[in-house]
Design a protein around this ligand. Structure first.
Ligand SMILES: [Fe+2]
Ligand SMILES: [Fe+2]
Length: 276
């Protein structure tokens, strides 16, 4: 059953624009012949419920919205059937997507970093779309998506974001992992129960409760810090949309822009945003 939260964001548009934001579908698509660790994990999950929820969400978006934004973890792990499904989804002209950490996950217990991500990416073949950085102008709004799946952003992505902002249109930034904000941090820590908050740009003080390998993963690089500074300073960014945390939340980032986190899609959650 769908659970669509309605949000209104005033950005001075002449004609209103409706966007459906969905995220974290975690479709466990696998078949005989896939890695046994993936099969053991995937067979425990309810594949049909996740697919049915996604179908319902897409139908809703196609009927009611101008654009459907998915902020990653569409599939739960990298398999040929999962990648084929992602490739098909990316053909939908109304659908805009940025990758999450699960797009690259191989159920192999390895430390997940840039190299891990690229090793998975190389297995995917041609997806027909960029999943590290995307931008599309719809109804006078520039929707810019950045892959920050491992809580890090690279300088080339920040440079391209700046170039998009220079076009002068209002920008809606969409990410997989949300940016650090104190009240979101306070909600996320008890939710995840392992001492980490899974946010981009946590400072050392806020990383103190993290297990060391999570701190290693999520401690912002200098490039990531530059990205966070850019987002907080760029007034043409009118909203930030993200997922990854599996619960819904909204709060104002330190730079003043609202950040909307949407709950997991495999439970029928979505957020319809009216930009006006
Ligand atoms: Fe997720
Ligand atoms: Fe995630």
């Amino acid at each position: 059953m769908l659970n669509i939260e309605k949000t209104r964001v005033g950005i001075g548009l002449e004609k209103p624009l409706k966007v459906l934001h969905i995220t974290d579908s975690h479709l466990p698509l696998c078949e005989e012949g896939d890695d046994p660790r993936i099969l053991a994990h995937g067979m425990k999950r309810d594949r049909e419920a996740g697919l049915a929820a996604l179908r319902e969400e897409i139908e809703y978006g196609e009927e009611n919205c101008d654009l459907i934004l998915h902020t990653g973890d569409l599939i739960d792990f990298v398999t040929p059937s999962g990648v084929a499904f992602l490739r098909e989804m990316l053909k939908n002209p109304r659908f805009l997507f940025i990758a999450g950490n699960h797009e690259y996950w191989r159920c192999d217990g390895q430390f997940e970093d840039r190299t891990y991500r690229m090793n998975s990416y190389m297995k995917m073949g041609d997806l027909g779309a960029d999943i590290f950085f995307v931008s599309r102008v719809v109804g006078g709004v520039n929707f810019v998506g950045i892959d920050d799946a491992y809580h890090q952003v690279e300088d080339w992505q920040t440079q391209r974001l700046k170039r998009e902002a220079e076009k002068g249109l209002p920008v809606v930034l969409f990410l997989h992992a949300p940016l650090f904000e104190q009240s979101l941090y306070e909600k996320s820590i008890p939710f995840w129960k392992d001492g980490s908050a899974y946010l981009v740009g946590c400072d050392e003080e806020h990383l103190l409760s993290y297990p060391e390998f999570r701190a290693c993963e999520q401690r912002p690089t200098e490039a990531t810090k530059r990205f966070v500074e850019t987002v907080n300073a760029e007034k043409r960014i009118k909203a930030v949309l993200a997922g990854h945390l599996h619960f819904g939340f909204e709060s104002r980032l330190p730079g003043g822009t609202m950040q909307y986190v949407t709950a997991r899609g495999d439970r029928g959650n979505g957020r319809e945003i009216l930009f006006f």
